[in-house]
Design a binder for this molecule. Structure first.
Ligand SMILES: NC(=O)c1ccc[n+]([C@@H]2O[C@H](COP(=O)([O-])OP(=O)(O)OC[C@H]3O[C@@H](n4cnc5c(N)ncnc54)[C@H](O)[C@@H]3O)[C@@H](O)[C@H]2O)c1
Ligand SMILES: [Zn+2]
Length: 349
């Protein structure tokens, strides 16, 4: 097992990463609290029994989102949970356990942050992508069509990342999660990208996967620790790939992780055309970008204009001077259109 201690002004908390480490959840529980597990139908189907066993002798109450928890990250579901919490008589000593991917974590965290002005909150992430979402304290709900528009910062008291749960993830969720892992690798030293290891091999190699996830969380921590509240300091660099990636995700049929990898190719292309092209080819070898695609600048611009990452008349992209050396590039609409056209012709041809 590996451990990282996250230090914030809201308090410090450990992130524990390993296989079959779930029993550590009992280190933080006491018999006085009621426990509310927030999960979704998929996670519940595969893993709730395991959680039950690990929590014994503690009993808990469950609130279960659907098998598309992203669609449940809404005020409507939040109100349903409030009704449930009041009926159950939960008081401010309640302990909320988020048991699921990023959607469950964001939803449960938002509830924990706001119910009775804040109750105990623990994260038990179950997706690859949640190595990112479970650390850093951002919690949120969607107000369709805008994602994460209602939110807050609320740090968990423990993140228990038991990698045994990853084995039931569907292929596209694995691929999407690796997208964020690759992003963190580029923001660190590029060792994963340089190794060119096959991603299936990595997924099946417990030691190596644990190590890369540990490194990725450590990298995220290094970027957030001086900028916990995301005041356009270091934390903005975690948006590598996300400006264009967000637009691609909204318009084209791509997972978040794949879209941000394509966005990353564009961001690196802005710094060095060959580097952008090289990475595009490597990501293709890794099984991404199977569908031929030409990016449509008009529809992308419309989405990017509404993105909170951008300023009034400037779009902000995060690129790299080298591995681990991010910087921001600002483009106006014409510059963006011209460079996207070039990217289409040189990289996505
Ligand atoms: N708070 C943050 O800092 C932050 C950062 C990145 C992303 N996010 C949020 O995270 C969400 C995306 O996270 P995600 O990719 O984990 O998505 P998700 O929570 O929607 O999970 C993806 C799918 O996998 C299923 N699933 C989860 N665990 C499983 C398991 N072990 N086995 C089988 N199926 C499983 C879920 O039911 C769901 O269908 C988005 O809502 C995004 O906004 C938040
Ligand atoms: Zn992301």
């Amino acid at each position: 097992m590996k451990q990282i201690t996250i230090e914030t002004s809201q308090g410090n908390y450990p992130v524990k990463i390993g296989y079959n480490i779930l029993h550590h959840v009992k280190d933080v529980l006491t018999h006085k609290q009621r426990i509310l597990v927030i999960t979704d139908e998929n996670v519940s189907k595969y893993h709730l029994e395991t959680l039950k066993t690990a929590l014994e002798p503690y009993a808990f109450t469950c609130f279960t989102l659907s098998n598309q928890p992203e669609l449940d990250k809404t005020l409507i579901r939040y109100q349903k949970l409030l009704d449930f919490a009041i009926k159950e008589g939960f008081d401010r000593h309640l302990t909320v356990l988020a048991f699921g991917g990023g959607a469950v974590g964001d939803f449960a965290g938002f509830f924990a942050a706001t119910y009775k002005r804040g109750v105990n909150f623990y994260q038990i992430p179950t997706t690859l992508l949640a190595h990112d979402s479970s650390v850093g304290g951002k919690v949120a709900l969607n107000h369709p069509p805008i994602k994460n528009i209602i939110g807050s910062f609320y740090q968990p008291e423990l993140v228990l990342y038991d990698l045994q749960f990853l084995k039931t993830l569907p292929y596209e969720e694995i691929q999407s999660g690796f997208g964020e892992l690759i992003k963190h690798d580029l923001l660190r030293d590029g060792s994963l990208v340089k190794s060119q290891i096959n991603l299936d091999e990595l997924y099946n190699n417990q030691e190596l996967l644990m190590d890369y996830l540990y490194q990725a969380i450590l990298t995220k921590y290094n970027y957030i620790k001086t900028d916990i509240y995301d005041q356009l300091g270091m934390r903005q660099y975690l948006n590598l790939g996300h400006t264009l990636g967000h637009g691609i995700e909204v318009i084209y049929d791509m997972t978040h992780g794949e879209a941000i990898l394509l966005g990353t190719c564009f961001d690196l292309f802005l710094h060095d055309e060959n580097w952008g092209l090289e990475l595009f080819n490597q990501f293709k070898n890794w099984g991404y970008f199977k569908q031929p695609l030409q990016l449509d600048e008009k529809s992308l611009l419309t989405v990017l204009r509404h993105d909170k990452k951008n300023e009034q008349d400037r779009l902000i992209f995060i690129s790299l001077k080298d591995y681990g050396k991010p910087y921001a590039i600002q483009l106006n609409d014409e510059e963006f259109s011209r460079l996207l056209d070039k990217f289409n012709n040189v990289v996505m041809k």
